[in-house]
Design a protein around this ligand. Structure first.
Ligand code: DON
Length: 304
């Protein structure tokens, strides 16, 4: 029997004083103020056992991790032709890359790069009566936690500097792959990225992907087939141009965000999240990647 508390405590202890912990994202000015020393891990098994270490209970900006949750909401409410507007291939490029979008006539490579997430945001803006509020309520329902909120300062800060996302949204609009106003879609997108969660809330949010679509309350949020597809997309696209590296070193479907969070899961078993705000050159949490690599090496729990 593995002593999971000891495993995550050991990983935390070995990495917490690491000097080389990457750089906090500064292109969203509000995120530049986060202390790079924060470091937390949380592990949750489907049978209800949970383990936390370090700063597992501090809130942080989930950023791109939200793209998996918007995809889940859109997929559960939108017919399969969602896949005619966004593809399911890894891009091998950074999250905000635009040239493929032009080469491929406005169809983003996958829903986890920014352009793809903007198409999903557009779908939700069309579908929902009060898009931001309804999405936030969906996240609260999935996590069974009404304390989850947007950090409005982070959303505002990204809007003021989000030139790349404005470019992506305008390009999508020019190709006819955005039905709503560019500003409305971006407003929704900047807010979804500005949701704050703790590591503990994130492992709860991602239970539905580990449990064939059933969330923490055991209600069906996705069909088993939809959960399987989202896991496939996380595995192949969740880390952008580092997706191969994450599969190679860690071996779990997962998703990162520039707030320094990473959440990953082993279907039928567990979800795990790490937060360390320092990023590597590819925009993924440097210690987060290492911690997860250590976790699957020590426990030998991976999909492979
Ligand atoms: O659109 C952006 O640039 C951010 N709101 C999210 C990017 C992100 O988290 C990339 N992930 N590692």
């Amino acid at each position: 029997m593995i002593d999971y508390q000891n495993v995550i405590d050991t990983i935390h202890e070995n990495l917490r004083d690491e000097v080389n912990r990457g750089l906090v994202a500064s292109y969203i000015p509000e995120l530049a103020n986060i202390d790079v020393q924060n470091f937390g891990i949380h592990l949750r098994f489907l049978d209800g056992q949970t383990y936390g270490t370090g700063d597992w209970n501090k809130k942080f900006s989930i950023q791109s991790i939200s793209k998996v949750l918007t995809l889940a909401m859109a997929l559960s409410r939108y017919p399969e032709d969602l896949w005619q507007r966004v593809d399911v291939e890894p891009s091998g490029n950074p999250f905000n890359h635009l040239s493929l979008l032009e080469l491929e006539n406005g169809i983003p490579r996958n829903p986890l790069i920014n352009a793809g997430a903007l198409v999903i945001a557009d779908i939700l803006v069309s579908l929902l009566e009060n898009p931001k509020e309804d999405f936030l309520n969906y996240v609260r329902a999935v996590v069974d936690d009404s304390t989850i909120v947007f950090n409005l300062e982070v959303a505002r800060s990204e809007r003021l500097t989000g030139y790349n996302n404005y470019a992506a949204a305008n390009l999508l609009k020019a190709y006819g792959n955005l039905t709503n106003d560019v500003d409305d879609v971006l407003d929704f997108y900047f807010h979804q990225c500005a949701i704050e969660m703790t590591c503990e809330q994130l492992t709860k949010a991602f239970l539905m992907f580990a449990n064939h679509g059933k969330c923490c309350l055991k209600t069906n949020q996705l069909s088993p087939s939809q959960a399987k597809r989202i896991n496939a997309i996380m595995l192949t696209c969740g880390f952008y141009d580092e997706a191969g590296e994450f599969a190679f070193e860690v071996g779990l479907p997962g998703k990162s965000g520039v707030g320094g969070g990473i959440v990953a899961l082993l279907p039928n078993h567990f979800t795990i999240s790490v937060w360390s705000p320092g990023l590597n050159m590819k925009g993924n949490s440097l210690l987060g990647m290492k911690a997860l690599e250590d976790f699957t090496s020590m426990t030998k729990l991976s999909i492979f």
